[in-house]
Design a protein around this ligand. Structure first.
Ligand SMILES: Cc1cc2nc3c(=O)[nH]c(=O)nc-3n(C[C@H](O)[C@H](O)[C@H](O)COP(=O)(O)OP(=O)(O)OC[C@H]3O[C@@H](n4cnc5c(N)ncnc54)[C@H](O)[C@@H]3O)c2cc1C
Length: 403
């Protein structure tokens, strides 16, 4: 069997195939030069220089040897010939498969305004990106971050903690708008401003002029900001071209069912690259999270082994900014009611999202116990009213336990 994409999902598929009893030849092909690693620290602690690259590895090299996984790094798969069950590599080599898993992830969406190329904008997707940004940050005085999503905000927080001047430019009217309620966006705007970040909302970047190591960003309001480092986090694009060329169904990612099966019975897909039927949400979605990559990979491995393990887990995600840990359970967007539990001023509160009276997601800020209770409530489908959610006298874990 062959797994394409040596990332979070690819490593998990290999692990689950072996744990599931697959004893045959197993190949893991990845186009990066390193073994599968964790990406989340790349926009967080790794940028401070306080974390060795080796610490990011999901498993040491010895694990792949013990598991008899034939790992090929710096190896890009260029084509799938489904009729012949054959892969063509960039090197020209061909490999045949009896079962194939695609775990190709995503790539960053580039900034395309005039001057963006010359500005040498930093992005954060790969270990190489993280290393080059960490080095650039250490010598930067003034930093512009384009994009007020999770990655942009995490980078802004680190840069600010390092004492750099930071301007953050977000085109929408609020931060993390795709993922959280206005209350949470407002909290984060205030948090970053309190730490000295200049947060510009509803503001685009129209052009960038670069000269002698300095970059001037011209915003949609006509203002100009001169910085010595630009970082962008404006979203990602699924790596689905390989699947598209092979004639597999694709729609904002590789289309898979709730067992991670593509439209070809010999091919599964998992992780950020999939547009999938989500067993928990009961709708199609593309998710970008470690939880999704890991849990969907387990379903994908089961399908390759001829079993059908429906992927049906509560989505969860986290983000670290300054001393605030945001933990998200479920999918709160869209919702028709958002209930704040606790006091935002204390930097420890949760927002419970309801759709037609049903709890659909919870954001917890510095509230790990509420996050765990929320995951349990959501997983069990335990009814919770908006009144209960907002009442600090109600012990949510007890509700989840049915006590
Ligand atoms: C900076 C950053 C911070 C993040 N923070 C969080 C967080 O706090 N919490 C959270 O839950 N998630 C976070 N994520 C998201 C999380 O890392 C991803 O959801 C997860 O890595 C997805 O795993 P994957 O295996 O689908 O894709 P990836 O880990 O991206 O792996 C895909 C691999 O496939 C390779 N590949 C692609 N095409 C080919 C090809 N044709 N041939 C060979 N190889 C190929 C790619 O180069 C890549 O190595 C973060 C991501 C980033 C980038």
């Amino acid at each position: 069997m062959i797994v394409v994409g040596a990332g979070q999902a690819g490593q998990q598929i290999c692990d689950s195939l072996r744990k599931g009893g697959y004893d045959g030849h197993l190949m893991l092909l990845g186009d990066e030069p390193c073994l599968p690693y964790q990406r989340p620290p790349l926009s967080k602690k790794f940028l401070t220089g306080g974390l060795e690259a080796e610490r990011l590895l999901l498993r040491p090299a010895s694990w792949y040897e013990q598991q008899r996984i034939d790992v090929h790094l710096d190896t890009r798969v260029e084509r799938i010939d489904r009729a012949a069950c054959r892969l063509r590599l960039a090197s020209g080599e061909a490999l045949t498969y009896s079962g194939l898993a695609l775990a190709t992830g995503t790539r960053v969406r580039p900034v395309t305004v005039p001057g963006a190329d010359a500005a040498g904008i930093h992005y954060v997707r790969s270990l190489a990106d993280g290393q080059s940004l960490a080095a650039a940050l250490s010598g930067a005085r003034r930093v512009a971050v384009i994009g007020g999503g999770f990655i942009g905000l995490e980078v802004a927080a680190i840069a600010r903690e390092q004492g750099r001047e930071v301007v953050l430019i977000e085109a929408l009217e609020r931060l993390m708008a795709r993922a959280v309620a206005p209350q949470v966006s407002a909290f984060y705007a205030a948090l970053h401003r309190a730490h000295g970040v200049e947060v510009l909302l509803g503001t685009g970047v129209d052009a960038i002029r670069s000269a002698q190591g300095e970059h001037t960003l011209v915003t949609s309001s006509g203002a100009e900001y001169t910085v010595d480092l630009i970082v962008a986090g404006i979203g990602v694009v699924p790596n689905s071209e390989l699947a598209e060329q092979a004639g597999l169904e694709c729609r904002n990612g590789i289309v898979v069912d709730d067992c991670a099966r593509t439209s070809d019975p010999l091919i599964v897909a998992a992780g950020d690259c999939t547009w999938h039927m989500n067993g928990f949400l009961k709708r199609e979605i593309r998710l970008e999270s470690v939880q999704n990559a890991v849990d969907q990979a387990k379903a994908a491995a089961a399908s390759l082994l001829g079993q059908s393990a429906v992927y049906c887990q509560v989505p969860w995600f986290w983000s670290d900014q300054y001393d605030v840990k945001l933990q998200i359970a479920g999918i709160g967007m869209p919702h028709d009611q958002a209930v704040v539990r606790g006091d935002a001023a204390s930097h420890a509160f949760s927002v419970f999202y309801f759709r037609a009276g049903t709890l659909v997601g919870v954001d917890s800020l510095n509230k790990p116990a509420e996050h765990m209770a929320a995951r349990k409530l959501l997983a069990q489908g335990t009814p919770l009213s908006a009144a209960q959610a907002g009442d600090l006298g109600v012990d949510l874990m007890q509700v989840a336990r049915g006590a």
